[in-house]
Design a protein around this ligand. Structure first.
Ligand code: ZN
Length: 443
């Protein structure tokens, strides 16, 4: 029997099958699970002796599943946002190869702090030295799904547009991914799990992709991948194989219900049909895409029955911001002012993300028996009043900093808007020092 906590007098956005919204409701948490939800005036006696969180004036959401991140790339903040393309394809920035495990640890803490503070409870992250990220997320109390970024092109040359395979590099990164899985899969009471991470169609040879698929099947472990992220990738795959990136991944066995494909910007109707037929999940990265001037055809994918999820990608980790941008992007692309609604993007950020991870029984909604991953947003603020439709207020007007309390596995990991388990100021100072020397080193 775990400790009992009551979160009292809040509005609860359940995201259960009926999409119920409860007012003046109380949630009872025992250990890491939700054990009771109901009217605040009807709390059963056995739960009444627990510690109490007053959620009056607040709205309680299921924790956000941030489905595609590279937390360590908080290093490139500001500068990277104005460079247009993904860091891996950009010369003259501190590339992954310049980063030590300790650098990755500090910047994963920094990115993880922002994500957590702004309501992400499950971080799905891939990068180099991912062992450092796993350590950072576990210390913050985050739930996380991590993978090494595996590729066998020469990353220095690809930044300048030259594709040259290097089998040894692929072997090394593959071995590191396996080591990560052996070390972290199921760690911290199951809070940290692992995936395999074939980086992208253009950065992986057919041999490497097929090898990763075989390993994924053998271990029954899913994959994270980038897909149709840039025009350059589309051209390179066409040159290499006469296929689209979606077809290329399919031909090499990658697509399937155990795969979450990030971006999916440059895709045709037949690509969309293939993603739907293979039940591949799509990670919509509305923030990083729109900063690069790109729009993924999300509405078309939703209409074809694809499970679309939401992630922040790199440099900014605010799920409320990407929900809002997903609405904007869909409406601009469809030339339709109501193409996506706020409730649709909240689904992407919660239940759809849980579904994509195969964790729908555990997280993604507020229901009895599920993990207590909860986000409490204070609505007693001028930009959130009046509250008639709380979900619409959050998506259209909410700020990450409106999140005041976060629980993961029933543990309070953000209290009064401050990360509870790690010293934020110390991480910020250390990140500043390291960023200055890393940028200086590539001058
Ligand atoms: Zn990415």
């Amino acid at each position: 029997v775990g400790t009992i906590q009551l979160i009292e007098h809040g509005t609860v956005i359940c995201m259960d099958a009926r999409r119920r919204i409860l007012t003046d409701a109380t949630i009872a948490v025992e250990g890491d699970r939700i054990v009771w939800i109901g009217p605040s005036n009807a709390v059963p006696g056995q739960y009444d002796q627990g510690s109490k969180i007053d959620a009056r004036g607040s709205v309680i959401y299921p924790g956000f599943v941030n489905i595609h991140t590279h937390a360590a790339l908080s290093l490139l903040r500001g500068i990277g946002d104005d460079l247009g393309t993904a860091p891996a394809y950009t010369p003259d920035v501190p590339q992954s190869a310049y980063l030590s495990p300790d650098d990755c640890y500090v910047f994963s803490l920094l990115g993880g702090i922002e994500a957590l503070r702004f309501g992400t409870t499950c971080m799905v992250d891939m990068y180099v030295h991912e062992d450092s990220a796993a350590r950072a997320f576990s210390e913050l109390g985050l739930r996380a799904v991590v993978s090494e970024m595996v590729r066998d092109i020469d990353p220095f040359k690809v930044a300048s547009g030259i594709y040259e395979f290097d089998q040894d590099r692929g072997e090394d990164l593959f071995a590191r991914n396996i080591e990560l899985i052996d070390t972290w899969h199921g760690a911290c009471n199951g809070r940290i799990t692992c995936r395999l991470g074939p980086h992208a169609p253009d950065s992986c040879s057919p041999q490497l992709l097929q090898r990763i698929r075989a390993e994924a099947d053998k271990r029954e472990i899913g994959m994270l991948v980038h897909l149709a992220q840039s025009k350059r990738e589309v051209q390179e795959i066409w040159r290499r194989s006469g296929r689209t990136p979606v077809e290329y991944l399919h031909e090499n066995g990658i697509l399937g219900p155990d795969v979450i494909a990030g971006h999916c910007i440059y895709i045709s109707d037949s690509d969309i049909a293939l993603l739907a037929r293979t039940k591949t999940h799509v990670a919509h990265l509305s923030g990083s895409n729109s900063k690069g001037g790109m729009m993924a055809p999300i509405k078309a994918m939703v209409d074809k029955g694809i499970n679309v999820t939401l992630g922040t990608d790199n440099m900014a980790y605010d799920m409320i911001e990407v929900m809002r941008l997903a609405v904007c992007v869909a409406r601009m692309l469809a030339d339709d002012p109501v193409a996506l609604k706020s409730a649709d993007v909240l689904e992407m950020a919660t239940v759809n993300g849980a579904e994509a991870l195969g964790m729908a029984e555990e997280i993604g909604s507020i229901e009895v028996g599920k993990k207590a991953d909860l986000v409490i947003v204070d609505y007693r603020r001028a930009h959130l009043a009046p509250v008639v439709d709380p979900i619409a207020n959050l998506v259209h007007n909410g700020l990450g900093s409106d999140v005041v309390t976060v629980l993961i596995d029933g543990r309070v990991v953000v209290a009064n808007g401050v990360v509870a388990l790690v010293d934020e100021c110390q991480v910020i100072a250390e990140a500043q020092d390291r960023a200055e020397s890393l940028w200086k080193a590539i001058d």
